[in-house]
Design a protein around this ligand. Structure first.
Ligand SMILES: Cc1cc2nc3c(=O)[nH]c(=O)nc-3n(C[C@H](O)[C@H](O)[C@H](O)COP(=O)(O)OP(=O)(O)OC[C@H]3O[C@@H](n4cnc5c(N)ncnc54)[C@H](O)[C@@H]3O)c2cc1C
Length: 444
């Protein structure tokens, strides 16, 4: 920020079903810095609120009571959503004939109403997968619902850091050093040398070269392509597919108001360009008052120094915003907030900033999984990891951790010291356990 303060590029959240990320947080001492919320808050264009939370019923019925009470959807919308959810659950997350089709195609096949698509499926999936439904592989979209909302009663819980991202990950360095490692910051790698089909060294930006028995490359996929010799990514080479992976943008909008304008910890917006609003002041509040299970109207109003409030807005797959000016985006967000947070109409905006991440994540386009390499490529001592490698997960922190664990497992196995790091998914419960067992391993 021009005033010297630092902000995260964008709010990052985890879900209860992200078991490997939870394991990673416990390894680096970050678990206590994540607060989980059992209730999800939604606001429609008129500002009317709905919530989703689990009832003490076996999956997939645990969401049914709050779904039935969800005010932003009509009975017809709910009936067709329930049918599609049942199709996912009864197939154990593997509905037939979804190979290579988009999520939108599958929703049309499942005869979803326009309101169900716009006010339900799109709302959940565009922010979870950072892509529009027409450009999302149906398999990724279906997995989100199967793992987070259907299979287990805690998979949907939203975990939000109570600290900025830099503080969340400060334990990483210590964990590496404890194991005898060395961490060097702000020194990029410009080239990776390969000779005789083996990794031989990496050249840093200052020209020095580092050598090692093996290398795990954890950089973004487009950066990796520039580092490696061209023969690694040309036709039929191990990383050829990366040239086909596209990226999609996320825009974060940070607004500092002069007074409290929001009581919920976070809010998902329907019928707006803005998708999520995070009440950063409340989320960073160290005391216990904003624990979940408290009705929004009862949540204590949290303020920053001087009595103001800091909100962070997230817009995923924000293609339309990339060419627009920052001021235009801020004005649009203020207009949208006036619909759902009326107190913003009178409040003064003290400060605002927009952070556009143009290549935020890889785009989960239909068929994109075929372009994702495994962590072990054809060079025996060179491994790759990153959310873009083949993990079965979309571009998420969970996918990134899984890729790191898989790369570590591959490297150690090749050295004759096999170990397992990958954590199992949450266990399926209730009827979903039966359906998952019945369909185990069946892929259309
Ligand atoms: C705006 C935004 C919001 C997001 N929100 C969420 C969310 O809410 N939940 C979620 O699960 N995921 C979210 N994601 C996705 C998540 O951040 C990624 O999936 C995850 O960080 C990927 O981890 P990674 O290790 O694969 O790559 P990265 O985190 O991108 O790490 C790659 C690293 O390589 C380094 N690097 C780059 N070039 C070089 C070089 N030449 N030499 C050396 N190092 C280099 C980079 O500095 C970086 O540290 C979000 C992403 C963005 C951009």
């Amino acid at each position: 920020m021009p005033d010297g303060s630092e902000v995260d590029n964008c709010q990052h959240v985890t879900l209860g079903c992200c078991t490997n990320l939870a394991d990673f947080y416990s390894r680096v001492g970050a678990s206590a810095k994540i607060r989980f919320y059992d209730r999800l808050y939604f606001a429609d264009a008129q500002g009317q609120r709905s919530t989703i939370e689990a009832a003490p019923l076996p999956p997939p019925l645990h969401m049914a009571p709050s779904f039935l009470l969800f005010r932003a959807l009509k009975l017809d919308d709910k009936r067709c959503i329930a049918n599609a959810m049942l199709a996912i659950a009864r197939s154990g997350g593997n509905p037939p004939r979804i190979e290579g089709i988009s999520m939108l195609d599958w929703l049309h096949r499942m005869k979803q109403t326009p309101a169900a698509v716009e006010r339900f499926w799109r709302v959940v999936l565009v922010s979870a997968l950072d892509e529009e439904l027409a450009r999302t592989d149906a398999r990724y979209g279906i997995e989100v619902f199967w793992k987070a909302f259907l299979g287990n009663s805690t998979g949907y819980r939203v975990g939000i850091p109570t600290v900025p991202l830099a503080d969340l990950y400060e334990g990483c360095r210590e964990a590496i050093v404890r194991q005898g490692g060395d961490v060097r910051l702000r020194c990029g790698i410009s080239k990776i040398h390969v000779a005789g089909n083996r990794f031989t060294g990496a050249v840093m930006d200052d020209g020095t070269e580092v050598h090692a028995d093996a290398c795990v490359c954890a950089v973004p996929h487009d950066v990796l392509l520039d580092m490696l010799p061209p023969e690694c990514s040309e036709t039929n080479a191990p990383l050829e597919g990366l040239r086909h992976l596209k990226t999609s943008p996320i825009t974060g909008v940070h607004l500092w108001y002069d007074r409290p304008v929001m009581t919920e910890p976070f809010l998902t917006l329907l019928d707006h360009t803005t998708q999520w609003v995070f009440n950063k002041t409340l989320l960073y509040k160290p005391d216990e008052t904003n624990h979940d299970g408290v009705r929004p109207s009862e949540v204590q109003v949290a303020t920053v120094e001087g009595g103001g409030q800091y909100l962070q807005l997230v817009i995923s797959a924000s293609y339309d915003l990339i060419p627009r000016s920052r001021q235009e985006i801020i004005e649009m967000c203020r207009r949208e907030l006036a619909d759902v947070l009326p107190l913003t109409r009178e409040a003064q905006l003290r400060k605002a900033t927009v952070i556009k991440e143009v290549n935020a994540t890889f785009s989960p386009e239909p068929g994109s999984d075929q372009w994702r390499p495994s962590q072990r490529i054809d060079l025996p001592n060179l491994y790759v990891c990153g959310d873009w490698t083949r993990t079965g997960w979309p571009a998420t922190m969970e996918g990134a951790v899984r890729s790191g664990y898989l790369a570590a497992e591959a490297l150690l196995a090749d050295r004759g010291e096999p170990r397992t790091f990958l954590q199992p998914d949450l266990p399926f419960e209730g009827l979903c356990k039966f359906w998952a067992g019945r369909n185990n391993g069946v892929r259309s």
